[in-house]
Design a protein around this ligand. Structure first.
Ligand code: RP5
Length: 149
């Protein structure tokens, strides 16, 4: 995430990844405040065993786009709500990546969905993780089926 101020939202991704038993790194790295750190972190990610990068940032949210430019690992962006433009600025700067360097952008504040999408990508080569995803989907369906009003 681009700032510790993003952590309230990004902790949702942390909770979700923990629930699925997926290991993760949790870092504050800014594309504009710490560009050298950003470069080294993303360049070394694949060799550290990282499978997917989730980038949460707000405002001119270039964090995800810069990360995507530095790696061919999948990058999922979480746009943060902002005071001045409500997060539309973050959303548009993340979702409108030019052709060739994709960033998969979830909803404003959608850290939990970012984590689930990351789990789905990792589950392509991990049958045990796929089982967990199936179980999670089943739970959601049962909640609806068992709802009475
Ligand atoms: C972005 O600027 C961060 O991702 C954060 O959402 C926003 C504000 O950062 P702070 O001023 O709270 O550190 O880089």
């Amino acid at each position: 995430m681009g700032s510790v101020s993003d952590y309230d939202v990004m902790s949702g991704a942390e909770q979700m990844l923990s629930a699925f038993g997926v290991d993760f790194e949790k870092k504050v790295i800014s594309a504009h405040r710490t560009p050298d750190l950003m470069y080294g972190y993303v360049k070394g990610a694949r060799d550290r065993g990282v499978g997917v990068i989730i980038a949460g940032a707000g405002g001119a949210a270039h964090l995800a786009g810069v990360a995507a430019g530095l790696t061919t690992l999948p990058v999922i962006a979480v746009p943060m709500q902002t005071k001045s433009l409500g997060g539309l600025d973050s959303l548009l700067s993340m979702v409108q990546m030019p052709t060739g360097i994709p960033v998969a952008t979830v909803a404003i504040g959608g850290a939990k969905n970012a984590a689930i999408l990351a789990v789905e990508i990792l589950a392509l080569s991990d049958p045990a993780l796929k089982e967990k995803l199936d179980g999670y989907r089943k739970q959601q369906a049962e909640k609806i089926i068992n709802t009475t009003i």
